[in-house]
Write a protein that binds this ligand. Sequence first.
Ligand code: ATP
Ligand code: MG
Length: 248
Amino acid sequence: MNDLSQPAIKLPIAPQKYVDENIAVFRGVVKKYNMDGYQFTAIKDANCAIPRGEITYVYGPSGSGKTTFLNMLSMLDKPDAGEISLLGKDVLTMSDNEAADFRSRHIGFIFQSFNLIPVLSVRENVEFPLLRHGLSRKERREKAEHYLEAVGLKDYLGRRLGAISGGQRQRVAIARALVTTPSLVIADEPTANLDSATSDEIMNLMLEMRRKFDTSFVICTHNENLLRDTGRLIHIVDGELQDIGGLQ
Ligand SMILES: Nc1ncnc2c1ncn2[C@@H]1O[C@H](COP(=O)(O)OP(=O)(O)OP(=O)(O)O)[C@@H](O)[C@H]1O
Ligand SMILES: [Mg+2]
C-alpha cells in the first residue's frame, strides 16, 4: 500500500445533498476549437437537462461532439458561450480549484480505456479516489470492498490488474467511480474496448448500479445496440444536440 500511504487531504467543500430534479442544465452552450487559423464549432447552441437519478445516453456518431459535451459537463473544459449549471451551481464562475474540489466530491468517471493504475491491486485502485476525502485507511478499505462486492469482484480484491480481464477492469472502474458516492457518474464510450457480450454486461451493470445507489449516469456511445429502453436520450449529430427525452 505504499502508494496509498500519503496523508489524506481534507476538502473545503462539505458533501451536501442536492434536491433539484435536474443534475445539470445547459443553456445556449457553444464550444469552438481553434484550428490552423480558423474556428470550428464543435457544439452548437446546446440546450438540455440531465435529470437526477436516471441514465442519460448521449448518442451520436464519431466526431459528433460527445466527448466535447462531456468535458464541459465535467468542468474539464469551458464553453465559449452559454450557461451550465451543475447541482444548481453556475459552474462557469468557479475557480479551477473550486471546480477540481467539486468534481472530486460529486462526479465519478468511467473511461473507454479504464484508466486504472497498473501497479496497484484491484482494491487499491478503488481506494485511490478516497485519499482526498479525509477517511482512515480502514474506512477506505471497507468502502472499496463494499463497492467491489457490488460489481461482483469480491473474490478479486488483492489481484493485480494484469491478472484480470478487460470486462473485470471496467467493473473495477465502475466501483472506483461509485466509491466516493457521487451525484453523477460520467462514462465516455465505456465499452468501446470490450467484446459485444461483455459490453452488454457492463451496460446492464451500470443500470443495476444506478438503481442500487440512486446515482445519475451519463453514458456516451456511438453504438445503438448499447442503448437500453429505460432512461433518457440526447442525440448529437455534427455538434447539434437534440434532447429526445424518455426512452420508455
Ligand atoms: N482539441 C481539439 N481541437 C480541435 N478540434 C477538436 C478538438 N477536440 C475535438 N475536436 C473536433 O471536434 C469534433 C467533436 O469531437 P469529439 O471528440 O467531441 O467527438 P466524439 O463524438 O467524442 O467522437 P468519438 O466518438 O470519435 O470519440 C470533431 O470534429 C473533432 O475533430
Ligand atoms: Mg469521444
